[in-house]
Design a protein around this ligand. Structure first.
Ligand code: NAP
Length: 285
């Protein structure tokens, strides 16, 4: 069996086209969705992520501003910036680009963002609401993964989903979202014994580890939906956790790297920002 490739890049483009229309309609009502990004220091990777987010905003008509702060900024100054953004009527989404310099308490900074503007979905209130299934802004990568699984057209309910990885930004939240979709969920991690025996049971396999080609064809069930979150730089190329060429001959559906989960992450950030603008201005869905 050769798997159907779930092309995240194409799904992301479709979603962005719909968001562009939505933003145009909001603008007719005098509402201009706005995202503020705080960028501290001069980490080149952070600068390029922020640039990509700002460009994506511009493409769909969301106004974005990047507050560039010197690496020497104090925690108090950073918290004051966030307070100002929390109170600004033109700002609907706030994002603090991580990592922050070591002298700043990352948790205190993320916790200062108003949950109503927490478009990254990392605030403990957002996380709590996600776990109990209440309304909140879903974290972007896990939300994108669920959208891609749904694009396979297969029912999630009742399937056995195995998630490899238990980080707060991918593994744990995607496991919770799969549970909410009524999957039976197993979470595997570095202490899991006989990983292959676990992954072979998966109807849906999500790998969020960061180890190139960790998962081989023999670790995958025939016909499974395989989502590769991993992206590691190897000889100048992005490589996933899944041995794509071999696994695509056995899986039912598979995401490529690059062009799979990656493009969905910024798209879900855009969606959260547009949704935040609608909620703050009481626009019905
Ligand atoms: P992370 O915080 O480093 O977590 C990695 C997880 O993998 C941990 O839970 C770890 O287990 C587990 N693990 C490590 N080695 C393992 C092994 N041999 N077998 C089973 N589990 C193992 O990473 P992350 O932030 O979740 O990111 C994971 C990957 O996704 C990275 O490649 C990252 O670049 C990528 N990513 C992509 C996007 C995107 O938009 N495409 C977004 C976020 C992340 P322990 O908990 O036991 O240590």
């Amino acid at each position: 069996m050769t798997a159907t490739i779930i092309k995240g890049k194409e799904v992301a483009a479709e979603l962005r086209a719909a968001l562009t229309e939505e933003v145009a309609q909001l603008k007719e009502q005098g509402i201009v969705p706005g995202l503020s990004v705080i960028l501290v220091g001069d980490n080149p990777a952070s600068h390029s992520y922020v640039k990509a987010k700002a460009k994506a905003c511009e493409q769909i008509g969301v106004v974005s501003e990047v507050l560039k702060r010197d690496v020497s900024i104090t925690q108090e100054e950073l918290l004051a910036d966030i307070q100002q953004l929390n109170e600004s009527p033109n700002v609907h989404g706030i994002l603090v680009q991580l990592p922050l310099p070591k002298h700043i308490d990352e948790k205190a900074v993320l916790n200062a963002i108003s949950p109503s503007k927490d478009v990254d979905g990392f605030h403990p209130v957002s996380v709590g609401n996600m776990v109990i299934g209440d309304e909140c802004y879903l974290p972007c990568t896990p939300h994108g993964i669920i959208e891609l699984i749904k694009r396979s057209g297969e029912e999630i309910s009742g399937k056995h989903a195995v998630v490899i990885g238990r980080s707060n930004i991918v593994g744990k939240p995607v496991s919770m979202l799969l549970l909410q979709e009524n999957a039976t969920v197993t979470i595997a991690h570095s202490r899991t014994k006989d990983l292959s025996a676990v992954t072979k049971q998966a109807d849906i396999l999500v790998s969020a580890v960061g180890q190139p080609r960790l998962i081989k064809a023999e670790d995958v069930k025939e016909g499974a939906i395989v989502i590769d979150v991993g992206n590691t730089m190897e000889e100048g190329k992005l490589v996933g956790d899944i041995d794509f060429e071999a696994v695509k001959e056995k899986a039912g559906y598979i995401t490529p790297v690059p062009g799979g989960v990656g493009p969905m992450t910024i798209t879900m950030l855009l969606k959260n920002t547009v949704d935040a603008a609608k909620t703050i201005h009481h626009v019905k869905a």
